[in-house]
Design a protein around this ligand. Structure first.
Ligand SMILES: C[S@@+](CC[C@H](N)C(=O)[O-])C[C@H]1O[C@@H](n2cnc3c(N)ncnc32)[C@H](O)[C@@H]1O
Length: 334
């Protein structure tokens, strides 16, 4: 067990390592090294960077085993660093750029101010995240890529661990690019799907379903889940949605689903459920991002989810561990 001082200063060093990682993603270092090693001056020229400044970042990236020294003042991509190439399957480049994007970085840097007055500094400066994304298409595209990347392990767990009712229609409420619904439909060929999201996102979902050969089993609907959700579904999925909203807004979304669902339907809430203990947990990390970016958005414990569901006339039926820190909460009408 490291000494507590090491843990403390390790966390401080994490800021420099994260900044180096963000620089690597933003400047496309991995793409420029995809064909083999380069000297740092040539790499700087290709990245459009200052050579002396980049050299110092490269040194840190090599210490993180993302790059490997390849002779005098030259670097090659290490296997770990290859995930930052734009052209590899499930590339993390766009996700990391999103986390380092000015507004997200600002939100975390301003956490002390947010905590002091209980009001998100992010919202004061950029407005609500989803309005900010609607007004900034380039950031929105990175955000949607980030959501897709982040959902990958959860989605794999979902299709392995959960038995969907045969021939059901699933409504993916705020389904983003359609990555989760597509995986569920591929694994359950008799099911049909409806994806609902904000208008500036639905085009991406349509493209996903067309590319995946699922256009004839899916319907994409633009809408606002505070106004209502598509009716007639047997399964309603809310994946990484409720943690963006306070209890009152979450109950509104759940109540709209409760009203719209077929008799005997179910609601699936995919979230990182907070443990009640003091152990390190992914949910505690993500919760601070929710705190920084949303007023009232939060990760919740099992009991807190049960209470929310109850307010929408839904009962918590089961919690299934999906691996990778996420859980599936199944709810049924009370
Ligand atoms: C955190 S993302 C989750 C996306 C997807 N479910 C997933 O797990 O990858 C939240 C989604 O909520 C959508 N959203 C936000 N406000 C909404 C609203 N009022 N009505 C419908 N969708 C909304 C966003 O556009 C975004 O796609």
């Amino acid at each position: 067990m490291p000494h507590s001082d090491e843990l403390l200063w390790g966390a401080v060093g994490d800021i420099s390592r994260l900044a180096a990682l963000l620089t690597m993603a933003e400047l496309g270092v991995a793409d420029h090294l995809a064909d083999g090693p380069l000297g740092s001056a040539e790499l700087a020229r290709r990245c459009g960077a200052d050579p002396a400044a980049l050299r110092r970042v490269l040194r840190e990236l090599a210490a993180m085993d993302l790059l490997r020294p390849a002779g005098q003042d030259a670097y090659d991509l290490a296997p770990r660093g290859a995930a930052l190439r734009s052209d590899v399957p499930d590339s993390v480049r766009s996700s990391i750029r999103m986390l380092g994007e000015e507004s997200f970085w600002y939100a975390m840097g301003m956490l002390p101010a947010t905590v002091r007055d209980g009001d998100s500094a992010f919202i004061k400066r950029y407005g609500h995240l989803y309005d900010h994304l609607a007004a900034n298409p380039a950031v929105s595209a990175m955000f949607d890529d980030y959501m897709k990347r982040r959902a990958l392990p959860f989605t794999e767990g979902l299709v392995k661990a959960y038995t969907f009712p045969p021939a059901a229609t699933m409504v993916d409420v705020a389904g983003g690019k359609g990555h989760i619904l597509a995986t569920v439909l591929h694994a359950n060929p008799q099911m049909r799907g409806v994806l609902m999201d904000l208008e500036h996102v639905t085009g991406q979902a349509e493209r996903t379903f067309a590319e995946e050969g699922l256009a004839d089993r899916t319907q994409v609907v633009a809408g606002d889940f505070f106004a209502g959700v598509p009716a007639g579904g047997d399964v309603y999925l809310l994946a990484s949605v409720l943690h963006n909203w306070d209890d009152a807004d979450s109950v509104t979304i759940l109540s709209n689903i409760r009203r719209a669902m077929n008799p005997g339907g179910r609601v699936l809430v995919l979230e990182v459920v907070l443990p009640d203990d003091a152990a390190p947990h992914l949910g505690k990390d993500i919760d601070l991002r929710m705190l920084a970016i949303f007023n009232g958005g939060a990760e919740r414990t099992r009991d807190e989810y049960a209470a929310l569901l109850g307010q929408a006339d839904l009962g918590l039926a089961d919690v299934v561990d999906l691996g990778s820190g996420a859980s599936l909460i199944e709810a049924r009408p009370l």
